[in-house]
Write a new protein. Structure first.
Lengths: 345, 326
């Protein structure tokens, strides 16, 4: 509660130089670039009709993935919504496995069964992308319940959009998580819009993190265009939760540069607004900072660029050349029971 | 002379005409106002009726469906749009426990004149959570009426009837067929709830379907005709109450029935029809009633699964040949 209104605006830039190593900066730069290039390649494949269905890209929100790779442990559990390619990559799912999934290929991270909205990796503690707005909020809470039940130090990171923050499931979850002192880090990725609806049009409470106040849940607003701010906030929250003090709520203020999904022309916002956020582009700003502050050399940056370029091209080629799943796989993974008697008339 | 319009326009006209006629009718749902509807069904309605009557909601299906129920109990006539019926699952408590039961619980004092509407059924490669078909789910509940229609003329007439009806109605459309064109009369008309339509007369076999599976069924009937098989095609239009008479009369003529139903097979609409026919036309049947449903599975994302899962003209033709013993 004390930290509830510590940071209120998205415009406040973190300039302090303290604490982050060269490795951290390069790690951030690499994951953000991987996500950006992955999404751009996915959009291209979508326009060629190699990817079908819904496709919600993460472009603009990459600074969040930076904080995720540096502030969490591989044992922490993560669950999110359908805008999930970046989050999955930040958990260590490979570009190949993710791209092949978008192409609906048998080599995808869920064998072509989930597509853009539903990547999973049990091995990497990634509990998936969920297509039902808000559904993952109680699920993340339950993941946290299981961690506490087993007495681990792991955190259940439960991510959702600003639109999802208006679902009743959030309020029920917050209440139980606090009442039961669960190790859950709630992250609202506030990108300003739920489809065509701005945050201001959905509630009188437009500082979404303040919802935590009703439950005495510690909460803060975070500059989501800055990897430094995201990392620091995640670290504070994680320390709090690992100390056994219960849930924490971060509202990370970010922006999506593209429409809601590939089919959305995004006429509900102004060019000026979009441009103002492009000025804050975490990828550009981080690259400039690395060079200007002599954190690393241009050669080192170029090497990362070359590596990611090759990785994404390889992923697309891999996806392209992979086989489609066999239609008979329709009948697998509906039940664990192997000889389940389906109705087939 | 009529006009040729799309399904989305037909639905929009129905809502607008009823809102002009009755000030108690209003529309609410996600993106219905400023965005003109996720599928543009409510295009222009905010401009005409203003934000008091065309209301954008937050993403809160259980809440706004319940607000609709309360408003209906208190004298208004809400139209609640779900972006798709998949998301209405969050609101089933209010639809099933309240809208459907208020009249019974209050011994007739409170009715609930509300229309819950949106697209039902799969729509391409949208994967498990976004591909479900809800006619059988909702039709299972006494107290609700269920309409499922894609023909533009009938969609307009039925939606107008639904808005005027004093009972709660689940109205199901199709994401993939909002652009389907059809001729609609110039003058005002209503289409009665609870009456099926015979879309094609035939003598050898009866094909019963509804919603976008009508397109599959009509395509199969065309093919069958080339093969010398005359199929009678019935569009249910209303699922509950089921127009049992039209189906029974047709089967008495053709002696064979195939139901094409996108719902899952277990306790689906097809299962109910098969029961009715064995009960009321048993002596007229020359073959067992057969059905073509979606597969008894969830629908995954990749392209090969979609064809394997859904009814197709080929599967319908196979089923017809089986009941014709050909
Ligand atoms: C329960 C439910 N209602 C509606 C939808 C349709 N829908 C998909 S995404 C979305 C907007 C969600 O916005 P937000 O939570 O802010 O996430 P963002 O897309 O901005 O990442 C809506 C309404 C859905 N998938 N599930
Ligand atoms: Mg959003």
């Amino acid at each position: 509660m004390a930290v509830a209104t510590k940071k209120k605006t998205t415009t406040k830039r973190v300039t302090k130089k303290k604490g982050f190593t060269k490795e951290t900066y390069l790690q951030w730069y690499e994951i953000m670039l991987r996500v950006r290039r992955f999404e751009e390649r996915a959009l291209m494949a979508y326009s060629q009709q190699k990817i079908r269905g819904f496709c919600h890209v993460y472009i603009g929100q990459e600074a969040i993935t930076a904080g995720m790779v540096s502030a969490l442990t591989p044992e922490d559990k993560v669950v999110t919504a359908y805008r999930q390619h970046g989050i999955a990559l930040s958990r260590g799912l490979t570009s190949r496995a993710c791209m092949a999934e978008l192409y609906g290929k048998a080599t995808g991270c869920v064998e072509g069964k989930g597509g853009s909205m539903h990547f999973f990796s049990k091995e990497l503690n990634y509990f998936g992308g969920n297509g039902i707005v808000g559904a993952q909020i109680p699920i993340g809470t339950g993941i946290g319940f299981a961690e506490k039940y087993r007495g681990t130090k792991n955190i259940a990171v439960t991510m959702f959009g600003d639109g999802a923050a208006r679902q009743g499931a959030l309020y029920e979850s917050f209440n139980m998580a606090m009442a039961w002192n669960l190790p859950v880090l709630y992250i609202c990725e506030n990108n300003g819009y739920a489809m065509g609806t701005s945050v201001q049009r959905t509630s009188n409470v437009t500082e979404i993190h303040q919802v935590g106040d009703a439950f005495n849940m510690p909460n803060e607003a975070v500059d989501g265009m800055s990897p430094e701010s995201v990392h620091e906030a995640l670290q504070r929250a994680a320390d709090h939760i690992r100390a056994g003090k219960g849930p924490y709520f971060l509202e990370i203020k970010t922006y999506r540069y593209r429409g809601h999904s590939v089919s959305d022309p995004a006429k509900y916002r102004t060019k000026e607004e979009l441009e103002s956020y492009k000025q804050l582009d975490p990828l550009v700003v981080t690259e400039e900072k690395i060079i200007n502050d002599k954190i690393a050399t241009q050669d080192e940056i170029d090497a990362i660029k070359a590596k990611i370029k090759e990785e994404i091209e390889d992923a697309a080629e891999f996806a392209e050349n992979s086989p489609l799943p066999d239609p008979s796989e329709l009948y697998t993974h509906n039940y664990v029971q192997e000889d389940y008697p389906f109705i087939r008339d | 002379m009529g006009r040729v319009i799309t399904l989305r326009q037909a639905l929009g006209e129905a809502m607008s005409e009823e809102m002009r006629r009755d000030p108690d009718v209003f529309l609410m749902g996600e993106e219905v106002a400023q965005y003109n509807g996720a599928y543009k069904v409510s295009k222009g309605m905010l401009d005409e009726f203003g934000p008091e009557r065309v209301i954008d909601t937050p993403i809160a299906e259980l809440g706004f469906a319940g607000i609709g129920v309360g408003a209906a109990m208190n004298g208004l006539r809400p139209i609640v749009e779900f972006m798709t019926w998949n998301f209405a699952i969050l609101a089933f408590d209010q639809i099933v426990n309240n809208a459907a039961k208020t009249l019974s619980q209050s011994a007739g004092q409170f009715n609930c004149p509300i229309v819950f509407r949106g697209p039902s059924g799969s729509a391409g490669q949208l994967a498990q959570q976004h591909s479900q078909t809800f006619e059988s789910w909702m039709a299972n509940t006494p107290g609700l009426k269920v309409i499922s229609i894609t023909d533009p003329k009938d969609a307009k007439g039925l939606l107008k009837s639904a808005i005027r009806d004093d009972d709660p109605i689940c109205f199901m459309e199709s994401e993939q067929l909002y652009g389907l064109k059809g001729e609609v009369p110039e003058e005002e008309y209503l289409t009665p709830i609870g009456k099926a339509a015979i879309r094609r007369e035939g003598t050898d076999v009866t094909l019963v379907s509804f919603n976008k599976m009508m397109e599959v069924t009509k395509a199969a009937a065309e093919e069958l005709a080339k093969d010398g098989i005359s199929a009678e095609v019935i569009d249910l239009r209303t699922i509950r109450p089921l127009d049992h008479e039209t189906i029974v009369n047709s089967v008495k003529k053709t002696n064979r029935l195939v139901v094409i139903d996108e719902c899952w097979p277990f306790a689906g609409v097809s299962a109910e029809i098969a029961y009715e026919i064995q009960k009321y036309a048993f002596d007229y049947l020359d073959a067992p009633v057969t059905r073509v449903n979606s597969a008894d599975t969830s629908l995954p994302y990749a392209a090969p699964f979609v064809d394997e899962y859904l009814p197709t003209p080929t599967k319908v033709i196979q089923a017809v040949k089986a009941v014709m013993y050909r």
